[in-house]
Structures are given as C-alpha cells and as structure tokens.
Design a protein around this ligand. Structure first.
Ligand SMILES: NC(=O)c1ccc[n+]([C@@H]2O[C@H](COP(=O)([O-])OP(=O)(O)OC[C@H]3O[C@@H](n4cnc5c(N)ncnc54)[C@H](OP(=O)(O)O)[C@@H]3O)[C@@H](O)[C@H]2O)c1
Length: 233
C-alpha cells in the first residue's frame, strides 16, 4: 500500500513543490489550503479550508483516512509573513499570524499524531524560517520569530516526546525562497541577505524535506536551508 502524506499550504510556492516531490516518491498526497483546486491525479486528494480553523484539520484527517486509509507524514508548510516595525503591527496582524502559523500547526498535528500513534510510525516536518535564530537588520520580523521560533522549539519537544513511539519530528528552516511571497523586483536585494549571494528555490526546500523523510535516524533536527544565513555574515 502506498504511503500517504498530508501537505498544508499546498496550492503554491514551497507547498506545491513539496506535493510534486512526494508524488515523485510515489506517495499519495493530501494537499490542503484555502484555495486549492481538485487534481486530475488520482493519487492527489485536495481539501480546501482555512488551516487555522480546527474544523479544517478534522476534515483533512477524516478525508485522508476515508480516501487513502492511512497517514504516514505531515508537512506543516502553511504560513504567513507580515514584516512591519514592531509598533506598527495591528491586533489583526497579530491574530492572523498566530492563527495561521501556530493554530494551523497545532490542530492538524495533534490529530495526525493521534493517528500515527496507533501505528507507532510517522513523520512530521515543520517549515519555519532562519529569521527565528538569525534576525536581520532592516527585516523586522517579530511575529515570524514569535511563531516560527515557537515551531522550532515545539519540533524538538515533540521529537523527544514521541522518539520511542516511532514518530519523528523535524523542521526545515528556509532562507528567503523564490515564491509568490516575493515579487521578482525584490529578488536581487533579497538575494544579498544570504552569504551565498542569492535566494533559494522551492526545490531546495522540497529536497531537504525529502532528505528528512528518508533519514530514519534524524529527529528533532532544525535543518537550515538558507544559503548560510544562520551560520553568520
Ligand atoms: N518564501 C520564503 O522566502 C520563506 C522563507 C522562510 C519561510 N517560509 C515559510 O514557508 C512556508 C511556505 O511559504 P511560501 O513562500 O511557499 O508561501 P506562499 O507562496 O505565500 O504560499 C503560502 C501557502 O499557504 C497557504 N495558506 C496561507 N494562509 C492559509 C490559511 N489561513 N489556511 C490554509 N492555507 C493557507 C496558501 O494557500 P491559500 O492562499 O490557498 O490558502 C499557500 O498555499 C510558510 O510557512 C513560510 O512562512 C517561506
């Protein structure tokens, strides 16, 4: 029976690349986001909904089990980034970023691990950001750090809690990646924020997630895929 992965934020950018990477591994994929469209690939099930809403997480888990019968991996990729000076954040910014980045991780991860525990097997990858351990002058990012830093820490906590039950939990920490999040006119300047001098591609992140998927002895790892950002400048 083919393995099954759930990927959040799967409609575009990194998430869409991760869908293709898992299909190349011959996994069945459950792809979710608010605007995701049905797929013609019978091994891709799409479930539309707001990941900050627990009802969406319940629906994704229910439809995954009803359609494909198992859950092997969960990629928590849905996330939003609001870069503003700290005092300019509105209550709405604060609520939205926490809702997508934290609630969007918490509800579906809780439900997925409850299924994985039944099989004593599973793998979770959280997509975070290297800003969480390496803030950049001129890129105000408190809400990203608050939420993605929390996810990095929760990655380690969950990895230890479930280490003896066959469930691995890792994170991929990207630098700045060419996705619809960043207009092409910003690429040259954003590239200079990396020691290697350029931005990353969605394939760089997808490859890192595939590595972690196949790395049975790796858990609690924050894998930086950031052109050297977290190492220093
Ligand atoms: N690109 C970068 O430079 C970069 C750097 C570091 C970390 N990251 C992280 O990488 C992840 C993916 O980023 P990306 O650049 O690929 O972003 P993106 O192009 O903006 O795509 C974000 C994805 O998340 C989904 N999403 C957003 N809000 C949602 C919600 N409330 N409910 C369900 N789905 C939602 C979007 O789909 P819908 O609109 O259909 O809902 C979309 O599929 C994020 O967690 C981001 O923080 C990105």
């Amino acid at each position: 029976m083919k393995k099954v992965v759930i990927i959040t934020g799967a409609s575009q950018g990194i998430g869409a690349a991760v869908v293709q990477a898992y299909r190349a591994l011959d996994y069945r994929v459950v792809a979710t986001s608010r605007s995701i469209q049905p797929s013609t690939d019978p091994d891709i099930l799409t479930v539309a909904g707001d990941i900050a809403d627990r009802a969406t997480a319940q629906r994704v888990i229910h439809e995954t089990l009803a359609t494909f019968g198992r859950i092997d991996s969960l990629i928590n990729n849905a996330g939003i980034f609001v870069a503003k000076p700290f005092t300019a954040y509105t209550q709405e910014d604060y609520a939205n970023v926490l809702a997508v980045n934290l609630n969007g991780f918490f509800y579906i991860t809780q439900l997925a691990i409850a299924e994985m525990e039944k099989n004593n097997a599973g793998h979770i990858v959280n997509v975070t950001t290297s800003l969480a351990d390496h803030a950049i002058d001129g890129v105000p990012s408190v809400l990203a750090n608050l939420t993605k830093g929390g996810l990095n820490s929760a990655t380690k906590s969950l990895a230890i809690e479930y280490a003896k039950r066959g469930i691995r939990v890792n994170a991929v920490s990207p630098g700045i990646i060419k996705t619809p999040m960043h207009g092409a006119e910003t690429h040259a300047a954003l590239g200079q924020l990396h020691p290697v001098g350029h931005m990353g591609e969605v394939s760089d992140i997808a490859q890192a997630i595939v590595y972690l998927e196949n790395a049975g002895f790796v858990t609690g790892e924050i894998l930086h895929v950031d052109g050297g950002q977290s190492a220093g400048h």
